[in-house]
Design a protein. Sequence first.
Length: 411
Amino acid sequence: MYYSKEEAIQFIEQNDVKFIRLAFTDIFGKQKNVSIMPNELNKAFESGISFDASAIEGFKEESKSDLFLIPDARTMSLLPWRPTSGRVVRFFCDIYDKEKKPFISDSRYILKQAVSYAAEQGYSFLFGPECEFYLFKTDEEGNSTNVPLDNGTYMDIAPCDKGENVRREICLTLEQMGINPEKSHHEEGPGQNEIDFAYSDAISAADNLTAFKAVVAAIAARNGLYADFSAKPIKDKAGNGLHVNMSVKSINKKDTTTNTRDYMICGILNRIREITLWLNNSENSYQRLSKFKAPGYVTWAYSDRSQLIRIPASIDSLSRIEVRSADPMANPYLSFALLIYASMEGINNRNTPPAPMDMNLYKSNIDTVRSIQKLPDSLNEAKRIASESEFVKRHLPADIIESYINRRTIG
């Protein structure tokens, strides 16, 4: 349900809400928030709540540190795991500077710009992420022991699957928050799970994915577990993927054609190496790629899960594709924005992709794949390619590019 400003204020007054979380993400997709009391909400809507941006990774230096959070009323949601007496609601926020201009490094604003750009060209995009995560047992202090919750495998049931009750609780909590999980199941790795989302517009999809990770972490902790979204939690087991399902529609027509879909595929294939740093932003990301169904080559095909892009079997698959290289540590706002821009470049240029790669790349010999372009093999290679990309420089602020390239990670 989408709320207006007036409806949000009325809801808070009538439902014993005592704390309001104003949420946003840093440029790496990590959720942050500040809590205010209900009597501060009008001020938040009108002029924003200030915070020290210099303390947020990748935002501002100390001399230019004042930024303001203005809640998006449409995103208000109760947090069901918080007390029912003295309830807590959360808003996602837009970030503004002291001149009341959008903060150019706000990743939510960057995605809004991408959506607007596509709309100006006559197209809209829908996203349906599929997010994987591991559940690990915890010690007495709540820290991960790196011992998986179970030894289940793909789509197992209880008792092999010990995570089904946790997944059920997560899905019911998401529904209470107005987020629609489509399906959930045990994944290939021990203690590994997946929950998929119904299609929604790009901004809602990114908001929902950000909220989803917070819900999973909270519900896991309540059950004495630790939720791990890193790309490769266990060395010799399946990694965590963030499979991004995308559909493109013409705003002025009922449906798009297979040509439009193919142009979109070509646009992404042409730019994927340049934007990989934003889809896979840690050293750990590159331990996942090319293993256990994670792609390693710049290819596409129908149905085949060894490819970077696949067209899932579906009755309405004319414009639906699945991009399989991203992992859950990616910032969804920046990732979706770059995928939209790459798609629109393909659509506007009417470029057609190469022939689909109708082979299992995991079982192909070296001579067969030698001539196929690869995704970056390491974080350093992804940084180098990104730093040389005019495409990235056109669509992301210099501060974000610099922060990603200069960031030191241990993951």
